[in-house]
Design a protein around this ligand. Structure first.
Ligand code: PLP
Length: 390
């Protein structure tokens, strides 16, 4: 059989931040903001941070925002401010980025993983309840890939025990749960890592809360435990969102809703194209959720083969995340049993290019490449699996 002559394929990068900043004249605005801060003589705890904190709290439909050095710091400082420490347990998802667990470990507490639902990547509230022990001090759900978990169900479990829910919202800026913004509840931690839906020019994070005292405690902790210079009320740390990052985030925040809406269009097109394709499963969307598609994550038992075929067609993919956290060397010494659902997700997930910077042509290139890859693997005779030989 002769190979069909194909039109030259356009390369689709996974997520190019230069393309993102080229949208809506944002790069020129970032350049101006950087210069403004560079020439201001104020680099920490200044007017840009104060303004961003007010703007992001309002965006999240909440009262208080405290800017910190990273998403990991936002989670860790929240747990510390709530008094979580050695001997305590915090419930976390089995399927998440390692930072969720690391924040718990950093306080001296033990992360207690809970499996996702069988047919999604969302934490299962029934399993959260089953994982409670007398030592459980907080529940830390993640809104994975920008899709809200069933917060009412998780909050009901927490309320029955009188413990807080600390939302890891690092992937969910702008998402809504039953109409409410993620970040509008008791406390949520955000990351502004450059690749997140709202990203800085380096590391950054924030805690958003309705609790004035909790916000105040985190303000202390992020700044050496001091309110007044050289008066140290407790053993804090140094983790502040700097003026340069705050200024860049202020430029991008007004575009977040429109950029998330574009992500939703891309996701809708992907899901339409994947539905009915053999061997691949599109990500489900729950009735309560307005997700913001930090990643578009499909599932397939033939991930390596599909990823290789897409790469050959010029479509870049990534895996979020290839190794379940409890299977990482970092947690080899933790007494965690088998987590078959989390392990299966780690083996099957594949992320397609996603972001508001993707053109309609980019999206169609991805769709065509996925269709070609699936068709080619269907045409192959059983047992003939050139991509799978070891
Ligand atoms: C990105 C991320 C974090 C950590 O944020 P950093 O700013 O990189 O420290 C935590 N949890 C989840 C789910 C994330 O995706």
């Amino acid at each position: 059989m002769t190979a069909p002559v194909l039109a030259p394929v356009r390369r689709v990068p996974f997520h190019d931040l230069r393309d993102l900043h080229a949208l809506d004249g944002v790069q020129a605005q970032i350049d101006a903001a950087v210069l403004r801060v560079a020439r201001s003589g104020r680099y920490l705890l200044g007017p840009e941070l104060a303004a961003f904190e007010a703007e992001f709290a309002r965006y999240c439909e909440n009262e208080h925002c405290v800017g910190v050095g990273s998403g990991l710091a936002a989670l860790e400082l929240t747990l510390r401010a709530l008094g979580v420490g050695a001997g305590d347990e915090v419930i976390v998802p089995g399927h998440t980025f390692v930072a969720t667990w690391l924040a718990v470990s950093a306080t001296g507490a033990r992360p207690v993983p809970v499996e996702p639902e069988a047919d999604s990547y969302l934490i299962d509230p029934a399993r959260v309840e089953a994982a409670l022990t007398p030592r459980t001090r907080a529940i830390m759900p993640v809104h994975p890939y920008g899709h809200p978990v069933d917060l009412d169900a998780v909050e009901a479990v927490a309320a029955a025990r009188g413990i807080p829910v600390v939302e890891d919202a690092a992937q969910a800026h702008g998402a809504r749960y039953r109409g409410r913004r993620i970040g509008s509840g008791y406390v949520a931690a955000f990351s502004f890592y450059p690749g997140k839906n709202l990203g800085a020019l380096g590391d950054g994070g924030a805690v958003v809360t309705s609790d004035a005292r909790l916000a105040e405690r985190i303000r202390l902790l992020r700044n050496y435990g001091s309110r007044v210079k050289y008066r140290h009320e407790e053993r804090g740390t140094n983790s502040r969102l700097d003026e340069l990052q705050a200024a860049a985030l202020r430029v991008k925040l007004p575009y977040l809703d429109a950029w998330n809406a574009r992500r939703d269009e891309v996701a809708a097109r992907y899901t339409e194209a994947l539905t009915g394709l053999p061997g691949v499963t599109a990500p489900p969307v729950r009735s309560w959720a307005e997700p913001v598609w930090h990643q578009y994550v499909l599932r397939t038992a033939h991930r390596e083969r599909l990823g290789d075929a897409l790469a050959a067609a010029g479509v870049e993919t990534l895996v979020h995340y290839p190794v379940a956290v409890h299977r990482s060397p970092a947690y080899a010494d933790e007494p965690v049993g088998a987590l078959p659902l989390s392990e299966r997700l780690a083996a099957e997930v594949l992320s397609l290019p996603m972001g508001p910077q993707l053109s309609a042509q980019d999206v169609e290139s991805v769709v065509a490449a996925v269709h070609d890859a699936v068709r080619t693997s269907q045409e192959r005779k059983p047992g003939e699996e050139p991509g799978d030989q070891s």
